[in-house]
Design a protein. Sequence first.
Length: 107
Amino acid sequence: MKNIVALHDVKDTGKLNTLITSMANGWNGRKILAVDCGDHLQALTGSHRIAAANELDIEIPVMVIDIDELCDNEDMTIDEIMTNLDYFYTLLVDYNVEASELLLKDL
């Protein structure tokens, strides 16, 4: 599996510690939503879950979205879309309902 890069650093160590405890026997939570960037996966959700899984050295379940397909008819870059999450969510609903539900749970 490719390296998964978190969207941001851990912001809440209490949340991280709770996740580490809950994942002691394996993954416990939603899949991570990510974009394939070639040499790595860029996570769009789950920065704390990724950090906990890495700490425990457990496999991370990931749903990879094809950003080229998602943005095919858009005259915007992924960075521009990600700064407007409402718009990104609207695109994602049309692309993949399960992926949009994963994003919505993390907003």
